[in-house]
Each structure stands twice: as C-alpha cells, then as structure tokens.
Design a protein around this ligand. Structure first.
Ligand SMILES: O=C(O)CCC(=O)C(=O)O
Ligand SMILES: [Fe+2]
Length: 348
C-alpha cells in the first residue's frame, strides 16, 4: 500500500479553521451509487430495518427467521438485548469523546505511520484524484491480543485500554453468537462460518469522528462502500444520525435505536454464504451543526488463509458465485480507494 501523498491536516483542523472547502473533499458524481434523485444531504429514515432480539436467537425460530430475512434483504439489522449493558456502552462512547476532544498535539502522538492504516489520522491517500472522506479516525487491531500495537492505543483517558479490551471481548461473543445463529438459520452446522475464521481471527476497531461541515451537501463522511469484514458491529452516535444504506437503488437513513448495535454483513460473509447474505453498500452523511462519533468493530477471519463458499450452499439452482480468496486489508482498501467493491473482484 502506498501513501505517497500524505495529508498534513486532520479534518478536525480543516473544519475548525476554513474559509473554503479543500477540493480534495468534494464529492464526485462518478463515485456515487443509487438513483441521482436521492443523492442529496438527507433521506427518509426508515423504520423498516429489522430489530432483532439477540437473546431469543437460540430459543425462537421466528426470531431466527427474522434474522435470516433481515440479512438476506437489507444486509443489516438492529441488535437489541445483545448482553452489553447500556451503562457500558456509555463508557465506550465516553472514551471516544475524550480522545477526540484532546488537543491535536496529544492526539498526534498516536498518529498512524504514512503507509499504515493503524493509529490516528484521516483517509489514507492512494491516488491523486481520490476524494477524501470528511472524517478522522482511530483505527486499532484489538484481537488477537498479540497483534495489538499498544503504542497506538491512547493513554488518555487512562481507562481507554481497559474499556476497549473489555468491549472487544463482548463484541467477540456477539460475533460468535450471531454467526452460529446465521448458520442455523440456513439449516447448516452452526460452526460452518466460524470454522473459516481459523485460530487467529481478527477484530479491528475504528473510532470515527465526523466534524460538522459548513457545506454538508458537498462532502461525505464516508464514501459509498461495503465492509471487508465478515460482520461489522456499529455503535452509533446517541443523537446524531448519518448512516445510510443502499436498498433497491435508493439511499435510506438508518435510525438510532436506543441501546441497539447496528450489525451489518461484510463481504467475507456474503462470499461464505454464496451471496445468500448481502453485504450492503452504505455511506455516511455529515451535517452543518453537529459532530458525530461512532465505533465500528470489524470481525473477520484470519487473513493468512483463504475463505470460500460453504459447499452446502452450492446447488444446481445456485452455482458457486465466488472464488476462494485471501481477503487482506490491502486488497480491500486498494479497491475501496478506487471506488470499486472488493467483492466484485472475487466473482467467478
Ligand atoms: O459511522 C458510521 O455510521 C458508519 C461507518 C462505516 O461505515 C465504517 O466505518 O465502515
Ligand atoms: Fe462501513
């Protein structure tokens, strides 16, 4: 991965002191998806995204069915009763808020290296004409523990590491529970997806910070993309909306559901499920008044080994749609920064 055009300023700095919007952040029409009528700064927030009670997935067939239909049509659902206390979610939001609220000098101690994704910083620049996302991030590998780069983990607030470690364990349990339920929902052996994770599965945390922008219609918090994970567990901002999902060629806003985690399928599970589960294209809008903070946890198989379609899901009516592939972060981001979907490169 080559970051030959590093950005010297963080979006937070640009947002705090600007008279004009730097060209690099202005959206380009050819990078848009969906119908053009719907390309604006807001979209209807839908109540249709299914709300799934995770605590019922082992006992209720109708809840399991709801999960299956949610991820087969929307590629996402709002998970409630997931086992993480509301007070703990609050602590997770708090460490993010404190970190992004630190002085720039303090935050830059955790700056990512020019050619590395991990650490604090803004969009990785891979080409001259790449449109930049209106967001600063703190991106950290949280699992497996021996791959943590602790020098990039903030020491302020002092309990940042402890909270993030605890949150990662809880997310890991939700990941296992959901992947088992998804397998059962297709009448498959419950470990068939998890087995592909291998012994060294990875979870990455991405703290997203979207400063307000005076020209919200001209920029995107995150360009349209699908995630490279197996599943992504998103802790949304408590008050500020912005996430949209592309459904039937229209952008629809994802609502904030109190204490829910928004879970979406990523490309790797779309591949493993032979396209039965959908990895949805999504994007983030920003607004002129409020900052927005979210935390995405990307749960995925180890990257040293191929993943592929579960054999039982290949039938005469549904031939194998994807090649086996080693889905590395490099592979994913190269496609992303060129406005392409990584999964398209995996199609047979
Ligand atoms: O901040 C959000 O609402 C979504 C972020 C996202 O899609 C991502 O980090 O991949
Ligand atoms: Fe995403």
């Amino acid at each position: 991965m080559v970051d030959s055009h590093p950005q010297t300023k963080q979006v937070q700095e640009i947002a705090a002191d600007y008279n004009h919007l730097p060209e690099r952040y202005i959206r380009k029409q050819d990078e848009e998806y969906g119908s053009v009528n719907n390309a604006g700064v807001s979209s209807p927030i839908t109540d249709d995204i299914p709300v799934v009670d995770v605590s019922l997935l082992t006992s209720s067939l109708s809840e399991l069915d709801k999960l299956k239909s949610a991820v087969s049509s929307w590629g996402c659902f709002q998970a409630i009763n997931h086992g993480i206390e509301s007070s703990f979610l609050e602590k997770v939001r708090e460490i993010s808020k404190v970190f992004f609220g630190l002085s720039m000098e303090e935050k830059k101690k955790y700056m990512r290296a020019q050619n590395d994704l991990e650490g604090y910083g803004n969009d990785m620049v891979l080409s001259h004409n790449q449109t930049l996302d209106w967001t600063d991030r703190l991106y950290l590998t949280v699992l497996p523990k021996h791959q943590q780069k602790l020098q990039l983990w903030p020491q302020n607030p002092s309990h940042f590491r402890e909270i993030l470690d605890e949150y990662s364990c809880k997310i890991e349990s939700i990941n296992k529970l959901v992947l088992k339920a998804l397998a059962r929902s297709l009448d498959l052996e419950e470990n068939c997806f998890l087995n592909q994770y291998g012994t060294n599965s990875t979870t990455n945390a991405r703290f997203n910070y979207y400063p307000p922008c005076q020209w919200p219609e001209k920029v995107l918090g995150v360009k349209p993309h699908a995630d490279g994970s197996a599943i992504t567990v998103l802790l949304q901002d408590k008050e500020v909306e912005g996430l949209q999902i592309l459904k039937d060629d229209e952008w629809v806003g994802v609502p904030i559901v109190c204490d829910a985690l928004t879970i979406n399928i990523g490309d790797q599970l779309e591949i493993m499920s032979n396209g039965v589960f959908k990895s949805p294209v999504h994007r983030v809008l920003v607004n002129s008044e409020n900052e927005r903070m979210t935390l995405a946890m990307f749960c995925m198989p180890q990257t040293e080994k191929d993943i592929g379609v579960v054999d039982e899901l290949v039938t005469c009516e549904r031939p194998r749609l994807y090649k086996n592939v080693t889905f590395t972060t490099d592979f994913f981001f190269k496609n992303y920064q060129q406005g392409r979907r990584a999964i398209d490169a995996c199609k047979i």
